[in-house]
Design a protein around this ligand. Structure first.
Ligand code: C5P
Length: 231
């Protein structure tokens, strides 16, 4: 079971070099960060890689960002297995539907929370219409968030610009996990619509996902300290 204190920041470990990752992980975890481990890390190192991080970094809170999307029985099986790792968060595409999310909820070990992914920020209204989705991205985000709530999920992953809209219709406990965050003055990289950590928290985010502004910094621990003191 991971540490149960909810961190404000999940540092995105988007790298496939374990030694390099562990160095960064150890310094950011000491500052109170959780870790977001995604498909790149997981496809290289698998559940054993997650366990190694837990062992070597003192069981930090982990958000395993694998974005499941399949029939209910299969997603339930994936969630059952992944939640045995004792991670704090797992996620799935809310567009997999109510039954899929409910099955995941039932299969999930207590102690692991479930998040829905609404509409990927890489998809705009034109992209959605090209796959036959005629509602706007904003409408879809609202609708899929309602469905995630109905299924009993703990929250959603959303872009910074959706925080206010979603917070209006959800209780304070509903998790809004927000990537696309850039401290003032840091490189934008490939993120298009960004917000500062402070702006996102004021708007109603519960957690921030921040990668490169921390991991590419010369001093990742100081980068985390500076962000936390800005909140
Ligand atoms: O390095 P950076 O702070 O841009 O990393 C953000 C992390 O959040 C990456 O792991 C990225 O895949 C993820 N993410 C995102 N935008 C989304 C969903 C996830 O940037 N809409």
């Amino acid at each position: 079971m991971s540490n149960t204190i909810e961190p404000k920041i999940f540092c995105a470990i988007d790298m496939a070099d374990m030694d390099h990752a562990l160095k960064i992980i150890q310094s950011v975890v000491k500052q109170g960060c959780g870790l977001k481990l995604g498909l790149e890390f997981y496809n290289r190192y698998g559940p054993d890689g997650v366990k190694r991080v837990q062992d070597e970094a003192g069981n930090p809170p982990i958000f395993l960002d694998l974005k499941y999307h399949d029939i209910p029985n299969t997603v339930a099986g994936a969630v059952r297995e992944a939640s045995k790792l004792g991670v704090m968060y797992l996620n799935m595409h809310a567009s997999g539907g109510l039954e899929m999310m409910k099955a995941a909820r039932e299969a999930c070990e207590p102690g692991t929370k479930l998040l829905g992914v609404t509409v990927l920020t890489s998809l705009d209204d034109d992209n959605l219409s090209s796959i036959g989705q005629i509602a706007s991205a904003e409408h879809m985000v609202q609708r899929l968030t309602e469905l995630a709530q109905l299924a009993g999920l703990d929250g959603v992953v959303c872009s910074a610009h959706e925080i206010k809209m979603l917070r209006k219709n959800s209780g304070q406990d509903f998790v809004l996990m927000v990537p696309g965050i850039r401290p003032a003055g840091s490189a934008q990289d490939d993120q298009k619509r960004i917000m500062t950590p402070e702006e996102a928290m004021v708007a109603g985010a519960t957690h921030l996902v921040i990668g490169r502004p921390i991991t590419k910094s010369d001093d990742p621990a100081k980068a985390v300290k500076d962000i936390l003191s800005s909140l």
